[in-house]
Design a protein around this ligand. Structure first.
Ligand code: CP
Length: 308
């Protein structure tokens, strides 16, 4: 089976069959990753550049590891030590890299739409590793994979996404994926951090009360406040945010249900989530990180093999 797309720019343009194919392929790679020898020859002679114009820990390392596990050749580009500071454009940079016979580009960029722009101008497959406040498709895929491991289904599941929805590419990709796969989504947080017409535009429930979201959901995906994307104050202080919207142990304990708590990272402990919840029995945060490698192996493999 093949994906219906040559690039992974977002979840928005995937169909449910694409999502299912990526998730089932990732399960095969997860099985491989449990073996003593974790490396397969699938992408031997494929060269991939990881082009990170914005900081990353999990996504960058996860892609790099996925590429190594698939036996691809990898190049790593970090904007801080590149010639971008000398005035080179994104397109010139990528065309120069591609002239060295690179087959695929994994890109993170602070500008929403940067990977879509690249995809219009270059022949290599592009994978969006997070673009501004737009999408983070592999995060949503690894989140779905992690939910499936614990809950065995997406259809009919209730997922609350809690926090800074307005500036979150993780929220948007998760909403697209979960609603396409038949889950119900509720977004929760301060009114200033939830887009005004999200209910009508994306078909999600909205609440400004975190306790309501927790009581409703099977899965809570907690998001960081993205101060780097806010150019004006949208809430009074981080301390007050934690008091009103932070997820605390007593809130989770009193639910008396098998809720799972997720977070894409990086966590701001004591702001959107307290340590005893992030590290507690309901948390699957490190499972998400582990599953990211299998998901990225699946995406790279499926995009590289689309002609087979
Ligand atoms: N979840 C995520 O995208 O984390 P990084 O910014 O560390 O890659």
């Amino acid at each position: 089976m093949k994906l219906s797309t040559q690039n992974l720019l977002g979840i928005r343009n995937l169909n449910p069959e694409d999502i299912q194919l990526i998730l089932s392929t990732a399960q095969q790679f997860k099985d491989v990753l449990q073996r003593p020898v974790k490396k397969v020859p699938s992408l031997r002679d494929v060269t991939i550049v990881n082009l990170f114009y914005e900081n990353s820990t999990r996504t960058r390392m996860s892609f790099e590891l996925a590429e190594k596990r698939l036996s691809a050749d990898t190049l790593n580009f970090a904007v801080s030590n590149s010639s971008t500071s000398k005035g080179e454009t994104l397109l010139d940079t990528v065309n120069n890299i591609l002239s060295m016979k690179v087959d695929m580009v994994v890109m993170r960029h602070s500008a929403s739409g940067a990977p879509h722009f690249l995809a219009k101008h270059i022949p290599a497959a592009i994978i969006n590793a997070g673009d501004g406040i737009n999408e983070h498709p592999t995060q949503a895929l690894l989140d779905a994979f992690s939910i499936l491991e614990k809950k065995k289904k997406l259809k009919g599941l209730k997922v609350a996404i809690i926090g800074d929805i307005l500036h979150s590419r993780v929220a948007l990709s998760n909403i697209y994926l979960l609603t396409k796969m038949g889950a119900e989504v509720m977004v929760a947080g301060p009114p200033t951090l939830i887009p005004k017409y999200i209910k009508e535009a994306l078909g999600v429930h909205v609440t400004y009360h975190v306790s309501e979201a927790l009581a409703w959901c099977d899965v809570a995906n907690v998001l960081r406040i993205q101060l780097e994307r806010q150019n004006q104050p949208l809430f009074s202080s981080l301390r007050e945010y934690n008091l009103v919207y932070g997820i605390k142990k007593d809130m989770v304990d009193k639910l008396k249900k098998e809720i799972i708590i997720m977070h894409p990272g990086p966590i701001n402990r004591g702001v959107e989530i307290d340590s005893d919840v992030a590290d507690g029995p309901h948390s699957i945060i490190l499972n998400q990180v582990e599953n990211g490698v299998a998901i990225r192996m699946a995406v790279l493999y499926l995009l590289a093999n689309r002609e087979n």
